[in-house]
Design a protein around this ligand. Structure first.
Ligand SMILES: [Zn+2]
Length: 423
């Protein structure tokens, strides 16, 4: 962790600003710029926590902030404690504590017993640039709060980042949702993460979402969520290129000589567009790319030297082969449109399910032509399994969509995410 002070900029600053606001301070705009208002909020936070109020975030202040960022604390039961009392001290609830600690007996707390205490705040922030590091911490936070979920790693990216998945439910009807094949389209990661958190929160509280019975979904379906298929690309877009990247020189070359990846980069860390790397008419995709003058690694649309040349697509296809998915949703941005076909190999019900998604979201159901019509994740899934697979192009505007679009995107897509597990 680097030291944060006035003048520093970055996604780490943004994350701290969002946290300070969430716990009742006023850091000003959540813009990733450490200005005077952020400093003043940090000073107030430091005073309240008996830290040196210097307005600089060093190791000690980080120590406290980190506990809040992960969303829970570890507490050892003291004489006279009750769960209600502990919950109150942490702005939490008894329900949250018993969910995170299924083994404890609330009426028989043992002095010195170790318990996890989730804070009253949500884990997944939806007003910040959502990096791999933030996602990783959020996944850990969810795993601790909801210890009954399955969290796993399906493989690794070019740079060794983990391709996490989360499983919701334990029923036989398996479905698979993934996001951020394309680096600029990282807003699809917090979409899937926020859905996961909201699902878990409502499920543990015995509540429905939009009339969907979550307990019934839990018992009948298993929703596998891989929120970030291309973490290296997302990191390039949000945090920029760093000197320690083993492909430093190549990446600049592939990026047409520029060190700015924030507006153009869709590929993984080897300049391969992962959604053109699947073995579904891959040669056709290569022909289309050549027609557009794309012959090698670059920001977008290069399908790699051969199908599944990349560890990310290899991991996704292996993950699919290891399961029995009835349906797949691949999340992208933008266009508010749903693609549902591949070479007429999709099953007959693909259209009617697509129409239901369209009604639920207000998105248009459409056919696709040209380079986008081949070698994508959903194309491969339809080709291999002849089951329903969809590319959902969420949001509207120019990629990367700003996080300010999040609420609208979430609202439009929440029902698709529920519906896809029951159709
Ligand atoms: Zn895309």
């Amino acid at each position: 962790m680097r030291t944060l002070r006035v003048g520093v900029r970055g996604t780490d600053v943004m994350e701290i600003q969002a946290l300070l606001r969430k716990i009742g301070y006023n850091p000003g705009e959540i813009d990733g710029i450490y200005g005077p208002r952020t400093r003043d909020a940090v000073i107030a936070f430091q005073r309240d926590n008996n830290l040196v109020p210097d307005g600089i975030i060093g190791p000690q202040t980080y120590g406290i902030l980190n506990i809040l960022l992960r969303g829970y604390d570890i507490y050892y039961v003291q004489p006279g404690d009750t769960l209600w009392k502990i919950a109150r001290n942490y702005y939490s609830t008894v329900k949250k504590i018993t969910t995170a600690n299924p083994e404890i007996n609330p009426f028989n707390l043992q002095i010195g017993q170790r318990i996890v205490v989730p804070y009253g705040i949500d884990i997944v922030d939806t007003n910040i640039d959502y990096t791999y590091e933030i996602m990783e911490r959020d996944i850990e936070g969810l795993r601790v709060r909801y210890p009954f979920i399955e969290v796993g790693v399906a493989g690794e990216s070019v740079l060794g980042r983990k391709l996490y998945y989360i499983k919701l439910g334990q029923g036989p009807n398996q479905v698979f949702y993934n996001g951020a094949h394309h680096a600029l389209e990282w807003i699809t990661s917090p979409l899937l993460m926020k859905f996961t958190e909201n699902f878990l929160k409502s499920y543990t509280n015995g509540k429905n979402i939009r009339g969907y019975d979550l307990e019934s979904i839990w018992n009948n379906s298993s929703i596998y969520i891989m929120p970030m298929v291309n973490p290296d690309g997302v990191d390039l877009v949000l945090n920029g290129l760093t000197r320690d990247n083993p492909y430093y020189q190549e990446l600049i070359e592939w990026n047409n000589g520029s060190t700015d990846f924030s507006r153009v980069w869709q590929a993984n860390n080897k300049g391969v567009d992962l959604n053109h790397n699947y073995p579904a008419e891959w040669e056709q995709s290569r022909e289309e790319a050549r027609r557009l003058g794309i012959l090698g690694p670059g920001p977008t649309r290069y399908g790699g030297p051969f199908p599944l040349s990349e560890p990310e697509t290899e991991a996704v296809t292996q993950f699919v082969r290891d399961h029995n998915f009835r349906l797949v949703l691949a999340y992208h941005t933008q266009g508010e449109v749903i693609f549902w076909q591949f070479e007429d190999l999709q099953p007959p019900e693909a259209r009617s399910i697509g129409e239901m998604f369209s009604r639920a979201s207000g998105y248009r159901l459409a056919e696709i032509f040209g380079i986008g019509a081949y070698a994508g994740m959903k194309d491969w899934f339809i080709q291999e399994y002849r089951r329903p697979g969809y590319t959902v192009e969420a949001g509207l505007g120019r990629n990367p969509l700003p996080i300010s679009q999040f609420d609208r995107i979430y609202n439009d897509n929440e029902e698709i995410l529920l519906l896809a597990s029951v159709v």
